[in-house]
Every structure is written in C-alpha cells, then in structure tokens.
Design a protein around this ligand. Structure first.
Ligand SMILES: Cc1cc2nc3c(=O)[nH]c(=O)nc-3n(C[C@H](O)[C@H](O)[C@H](O)COP(=O)(O)OP(=O)(O)OC[C@H]3O[C@@H](n4cnc5c(N)ncnc54)[C@H](O)[C@@H]3O)c2cc1C
Length: 540
C-alpha cells in the first residue's frame, strides 16, 4: 500500500525533503537487483542521525508503514537493496558514514552504518596504522557494519566478522535505543573490546534479523604481520583434494594457519576471476560450459581447484618455519605449490617478462592479486565485483555496478565440515545442477575454523537474456535444495531464498514471539530471516 500524503509529509519534516525519494526513476533503481524481482518500493528515506531513525520508526508505527534498512545496499547476489516483502519503503542509512572512534593501541574502530571497507582502509592508511580490517572479496564500497550483521566473511585474521564485533547500538522497531555487551554497563572499559557482556547475549538478536536497526558497532582490527607470505597451490583430483584438505586442517589445528586465511576455488570460478567469458566472433556462447576447460592456459591444464593460504609471520625465523611446515604438509598431496614472500615477490617482479612468457600468465598481475594487494592483508578489491560481468558482452564499465548493468548473479552460502570429501561432494552437486542448466558451476570455500568451512556458490549469467535468467533461477533453487537435502545448511540467505528453509518448528515459534514482542506492528523488514512462511497463525 502506498504511504499516505500525510505520512510522507511527516517523514519529510523529520529528515528534510531532500532525503525523501518518491521519484519513480530512482525508486526503479532501488528495485533492481542482480536477478529478477517483483517487489515495488513506494518510498526511500535517508535519515542522517539516530534520532531521525527513531522518529521515522515512530511514524512508521503510527502509519503502519513497513521499512527495510540498507546501509550501503551492496548485497549483490542476495537481493541488493530490494526488500523481502513487496510494498516496503527503504530506509537507506548511507548518509550516516562517520568513523566514530579508533584506537591504535587497543586495535578497534567504531563505525556508523554507511562506513565502507574502502573508507576504513583509507583511514588506516592515512593514520599510518599498523592495523588492518579483514577485507571481503565483495564490493569495497559496501558497509562494514551491514557485512558484520549479515555474518559476512573477510579474508585473513578476524575475518569471521560477527565474532569480532563489540558494543552495538541499535534502535528497536518501536523506536527505543539500546546498547549491547559491556557497553550496556555504565563506565565499562571493555565495551569496545569484548563481544559478550553480562547475562543473555542480546546482540545475537540483531545479526541476520529484523528485530532492530543497528546504528553503530565496534570492529576489532588485526595487526599487520611483519612477514606476510602467500601460498598458492593447485589440485587435479578428488584424491589429492582429500589429502591436501586433511593436511591443511591439521596445520590449522596446530596453530600454523589462522581462521579465514585459506580459500579454495574451483576451476570455473578461478576462470571468472581471471578473464571474461570467451564468446565467439559473433557473440555466441560455447556449445557447453565444459568446453571452457579445453581452453585453459598450460599452467592450469587439468587443474580442478586452486588454493590460497595467507601466512602471518612475526619474524623471519617464524616465517621460515611456517613455510617449511606448509611445504612438508602438502608434499606429494598437491599438483603445484608456490609460496611467495617479500624476497620471491621482488625477484618474480624483476623477471616478470620471461616468467610471463614461460607460464602464459601475467606475473605482475598475479603478484598484485596474491601478494602486494592481497585481500589477505585487508586490501579491498574490485576484482571479484567485476567478475559479475562474466557473461556480459562488451567492454567493462569504469565503475562496477551489476544492479545497474544487468549482470546476473545468485549467491548460495552453505556450511560444510572441514573435510575434502565434503568439498568434493558439494562441488559435484553444484556441477551436476549448473551443467544441466548450461551454466558454469562456480564454488569457493573458506576455512571459518579448524572445524568447518563455508562454501560460496556463484551463479553468473546475463540478466538481459531471459532464458539465461530463468535457467539461473532454476539452477539456484535446485542447487540450494539439493545442498540442504544433503545436510549442507545455508548460513546466509538472499531475498530469493528466505522461504527455502524449513527450520525446527519450536525455533520458528520463538522467533515469531520475539518479533511480535519487539515489533508489534510488523514494520521492520517483514520476512527477513523470520521464517514467517512457517508461522501458521498470523502475527496479529
Ligand atoms: C563478487 C562478490 C563477492 C562477494 N564477496 C563477499 C565476501 O567475501 N564476504 C562477504 O561477506 N560477502 C561478499 N559478498 C556479498 C555482499 O556483496 C557483501 O556481503 C556486502 O558487504 C553486502 O553489502 P552491504 O555491506 O552494502 O550491505 P547492505 O546491502 O546495506 O545490507 C545487507 C543486509 O543487511 C541488512 N542491514 C543493513 N544495514 C542494517 C542495519 N543498520 N541494521 C539492520 N539491518 C541492516 C539489510 O536489510 C540487508 O538485508 C560478495 C558479493 C559479490 C557480488
């Protein structure tokens, strides 16, 4: 239902007329994601302060207007800025983009919703800080806070972001302001240092939920290692994969490797990060996705997965020991292994011309990706964002914006035990489903801990080709269903998959009761992670 003139006027008085958007052309931009959506957005409101958010929510309750918050709206592959429920207004928090606090000694930074990864990286560089924020593979201009709330993942130390956030401040749907953790206790010196406070951990209610709008949080920062090394290896068979995975897990159990410092990418995903889809001269696709593998550069011939590991050394001796342990552990278990440190990087850089000729790859480019500008060291990257143009024809634009440019993308994120057999099994499921839909099966894996991995399945297509878009959606739905059936539970949902899950009924009932208690008028992001498709009885 469209908001009444009175409601819109009252909202304008709170945030200023310039910060209320009803222009259909702009609303249409907000309604665009990386896959087809039908949700209509009647209004976009951009508050500039916590007080304005509170007052907008009071009006939302009075006028029964649902609002969907976004911090930067770069939730590409999972819905971008599009609300789960049709008819929701968008509360865009990007104007609230201040870094509120930073401590070099205590290694933390406090941000508002609109603060981006690039902004934090630039801020720390300007301060000549010895610290960094673990970066995501996704857009550098996405929100640190929203990424944390989605339990997003960065590369390198402290990458499991939700585990390293403290002192949240949030506004409940009814407009009250609350703080969490030790920052809820007057005068606590550890409000920005400890995730948990005293008593029940209420902050957990604000991650992947629709129970509050988070307006600030503190993120812990990692210390820049004096001796960084990056290892890259390739694997050709499932047997190799299983052995190599066991060896890497053991290194992590022994403390040689840290959480979220290991990523594994299957060959199709690797190709999409290196190049564009090889259309023929007339713009036609290859007869089948498998034919891509026949065009691999010599160095990748027969390769099925490539792994990357960040090693964080405190001294030359420490780094040497890490390298030796890694090489010994992977000996005979992978096809090729290289470890790059500052010395080998400098030599390779000098010899880049002959090396590039010999290996058929751009050595300088690889060095930048895996070493000098490594995401493992907190450098935000545009590389992955541009991979969303994989199946688009024509040159790449200056700025990456898949929503604007008709790039097609669905993400699926699931958890699996840290075990090569499970990696092989999930890859096989994705391969079967994607190849049957004539799409490239793309999988990535990330070590969240020594116990489990997250897999990110990427379905890339051209949104402007209707049959491809239909195939991609069907591929997404089938792959997700088969993964769930096989026990690989989703750890993050897009707006296209909020109803794909059937949680335990007692869990659903608890969430329903919490929602009714905290959001009696159902005005905050209805349908987002609340499993209302299983509620049975209606909210009211
Ligand atoms: C190529 C590519 C690579 C990617 N790599 C990664 C990766 O490595 N790691 C990763 O985690 N993700 C990755 N992503 C997914 C996604 O782009 C990022 O997670 C991105 O950070 C999300 O965008 P955002 O931060 O602008 O969040 P937003 O779009 O602003 O918000 C995300 C969600 O959080 C909710 N939300 C936002 N702000 C608030 C708030 N203040 N209070 C309550 N709820 C709120 C919104 O309702 C929305 O559903 C990748 C995407 C692409 C396309």
């Amino acid at each position: 239902m469209a908001p009444s003139e009175t409601a819109v006027d009252e909202i304008r008085q709170v945030v200023g007329a310039d910060h209320v958007i009803a222009d259909p052309a702009v609303l249409h931009e907000y309604e665009s994601a990386t896959f087809a959506t039908t949700q209509r957005i009647p209004l976009v409101v951009l508050p500039g302060s916590v007080e304005e958010i509170q007052r907008v929510l009071e009006l939302a309750n009075r006028h029964q207007l649902p609002f969907y918050p976004t911090s930067r709206g770069r939730n590409w592959g999972l819905g971008s800025r599009v609300p789960v429920q049709d008819g929701s207004c968008v509360l865009d928090l990007k104007r609230m983009n201040r870094i509120l606090d930073f401590s070099e000694e205590q290694a933390h930074i406090t941000v508002e919703p609109g603060v981006t990864f690039q902004q934090v990286a630039d801020y720390l560089a300007e301060k000549k800080s010895n610290l960094y924020l673990s970066a995501i593979g996704g857009p550098p201009d996405s929100s640190v806070l929203a990424n944390a709330l989605e339990r997003g993942d960065g590369a390198g130390p402290l990458g499991d972001r939700a585990r390293y956030c403290c002192g949240l401040e949030a506004v409940l749907p009814t407009g009250e302001r609350v703080s969490t953790g030790l920052s809820a206790l007057d005068g606590s010196l550890c409000g920005k240092l400890a995730l948990f406070g005293l008593g029940p951990a209420v902050e957990g209610l604000f991650f992947q939920s629709n129970l509050a709008i988070v307006t600030r949080l503190t993120v812990l920062l990692a210390r820049r290692p004096p001796h960084f090394q990056c290892a890259g290896f390739t694997v050709r068979s499932e047997a190799e994969l299983i052995q190599a995975s066991a060896a890497i897990r053991e290194l992590q159990q022994l403390g040689v490797l840290t959480d979220t410092a290991y990523s594994l990418i299957n060959i199709y995903r690797l190709l999409s990060l290196q190049a564009r889809y090889p259309w023929d001269g007339e713009g036609n696709p290859l007869p089948s996705p498998e034919q891509l593998l026949e065009q691999l550069p010599a160095v990748l011939a027969g390769v099925r997965w490539a792994g990357f590991i960040g090693l964080y050394g405190a001294s030359p001796g420490h780094a040497r020991a890490q390298r030796r342990l890694l090489k010994a552990a992977l000996k005979g278990k992978v096809t090729k292994l290289i470890v790059v440190d500052s010395v080998t990087a400098a030599i390779a850089s000098k010899l880049r011309a002959p090396l590039s000729l010999l290996t058929d790859v751009d050595v300088e480019d690889i060095l930048h990706k895996i070493y000098y500008g490594s995401v493992f060291l907190g450098h935000p990257t545009k590389l992955e964002g541009f991979s969303t143009y994989w199946r688009k024809r024509g040159p790449l634009p200056e700025t990456c914006n898949p929503d604007r440019d008709g790039c097609g993308l669905h993400w699926i994120c699931v958890a699996l035990p840290f075990d090569g057999a499970h990696i092989a099994r999930t890859t096989r499921i994705v391969e079967e489903v994607a190849l049957a839909h004539r799409l490239e099966p793309m999988c990535m894996y990330f070590n969240m801990s020594q116990w489990y991995l997250k897999s990110f399945i990427v379905i890339l297509f051209d949104r402007d080709v209707p049959e491809e878009a239909r195939a991609a959606r069907s591929c997404h739905d089938e792959a997700l269903a088969r993964l769930i059936e096989a026990g690989y539970s989703p750890v993050r949902l897009g707006i296209q998959s909020m109803t794909a899950i059937v949680p335990d009924q007692s869990h659903v009932e608890l969430l329903r009761r919490l929602k009714r208690l905290l959001d009696p008028n159902d005005i905050l992001a209805p349908g987002r992670y609340d499993f209302r498709h299983r509620w049975g009885a209606t909210l009211r």
